[in-house]
Design a protein around this ligand. Structure first.
Ligand code: HEC
Ligand code: HEC
Ligand code: HEC
Length: 314
């Protein structure tokens, strides 16, 4: 539906039906996106072990110290500590789970359950999943540990070294990469210092949930920082929101001078959507699928339904 009429001007019957639909979509969020592939099934191309019986990435098995812990993993200390605390009991050096999540190489390798993600990105998906969470039981990482892991993944997983180990194994790595700044740890601010006050049209009410009033497929606002008030103008264009729908149709939606984007094309789109924001060579992707296209309904100043806040420019 590319009809962009305001709800109350559209047929009340259709509007009521669709409002009901939007109101329910939140519960579907967090579904495991791996589509049920079974990493242990030898007939499943995503799960096949290439070296016959052991893990595909065994070739880079880390050297161990006397206590059986890896000497150096190539992963920044905070990330290694989180994995060691919550994941290595199953995804350790000799994993019982289908993947080893120990070395830098393990984490940047393709996920055994979802070939379009790295193990690190898929780990983030599963740590945030409500339907198939990792770890499946026992102590879970805190929100801030997950945020730090996410920031590391978002920063394209920089290497680190010597986390408690006796020596760095990779001479190319001499010190931990500086921990990436947490992009969500910012105050509520209107970066553009410009606020929408009146007028209707594509630059109206930036940050507001357009679907409250409009019959939309895809609409929202891109901001420079994670927490920005409603009606504050977002980035002044220069980015595109790329949406792939459930039937693999791709549309590119341009971000306008208020930071708003809205899809007005004629292609019929089917949720859920795989979404990313692209600016030049930089990309910021949503790891899970968006259950609906009213992006600002979750990407509020502080985020609802697990969203971390605003949609940020990459
Ligand atoms: C108690 C054991 C256990 C713990 C602890 C555990 N996992 Fe898992 N994990 C499993 C099992 C079993 C599977 C395979 C079944 C499934 O996918 O649910 C799995 C699957 C996964 C997968 C999907 C397969 C892949 O590699 O693509 C990821 C990603 C993952 N775990 C990440 C993690 C992360 C990250 C942690 C720690 C925060 C963690 N797991 C902790 C047992 C565990
Ligand atoms: C509180 C209700 C409300 C919200 C929220 C809202 N709008 Fe509107 N919008 C209106 C009204 C009222 C009009 C004027 C009536 C019309 O032109 O259909 C309008 C008009 C428009 C138009 C012109 C429509 C046309 O048919 O020419 C566009 C484009 C538009 N809005 C985009 C947006 C975007 C993008 C958002 C979210 C960032 C948004 N609106 C949020 C109420 C709203
Ligand atoms: C039902 C709530 C919901 C809706 C609707 C939603 N998102 Fe998200 N979004 C989330 C959650 C939760 C996260 C954090 C986890 C993740 O990345 O999957 C997120 C993360 C993101 C990120 C990555 C954030 C970062 O800083 O790395 C982007 C980009 C994004 N969303 C864009 C969109 C766009 C564009 C739309 C509309 C087409 C949209 N989202 C609709 C909940 C939602």
């Amino acid at each position: 539906m590319a009809d962009f009429r305001v709800w109350f001007l559209a047929s009340s019957l259709a509007a009521a039906a669709l409002v009901g639909c939007v109101a329910q979509t939140g519960t579907g969020f967090g579904d495991d996106p791996d589509g049920g592939s079974n990493p242990n099934d030898p007939n499943d191309p995503n799960g096949t072990n290439v070296d016959g019986g052991s893990l595909a990435n065994d070739s880079s098995a880390p050297p161990l110290d006397d206590s059986g812990k890896p000497v150096a993993t190539g992963v920044p200390c905070a990330i290694e500590t989180m994995l060691s605390t919550y994941c290595w009991s199953c995804h350790g050096v000799s994993p019982s789970a289908p993947s080893r999540l120990v070395t830098y190489g393990d984490l940047v390798a393709k996920s055994v359950s979802n070939g379009s993600n790295s193990e690190a990105a898929q780990s983030l998906v599963r740590m945030q999943s409500t339907t198939s969470p990792m770890p499946p039981s026992g102590p879970k990482p805190s929100a801030s540990e997950i945020a730090a892991f996410k920031a590391w993944v978002t920063a394209s997983s920089p290497q680190g070294a010597k986390c408690g180990g006796s020596s760095a194994i990779d001479s190319g790595i001499t010190a931990d990469a500086a921990p990436p700044p947490n992009p969500y740890n910012t105050p509520l601010q209107c970066s553009s210092k410009k606020t929408w006050t009146s007028g209707t049209g594509s630059t109206m009410r930036p940050g507001d949930a357009c679907g409250r009033c409009h019959n939309i497929d895809i609409a929202g606002t891109v901001y420079p920082t994670a927490h920005e008030p409603t009606n504050c103008l977002g980035i002044a264009g220069g980015a595109t929101v790329v949406v792939v729908d459930a039937k693999n149709k791709t549309v590119n939606v341009t971000v306008n001078s208020a930071g708003n984007f809205l899809y007005t094309g004629t292609t019929i789109l089917t949720p859920p959507y795989t979404v990313k924001v692209v600016s030049g060579s930089k990309t910021r992707a949503m790891s899970a699928k968006a259950p609906n296209g009213d992006c600002n309904s979750c990407h509020t100043p502080n985020g609802t339904q697990n969203a971390p806040g605003r949609i940020m420019a990459p």
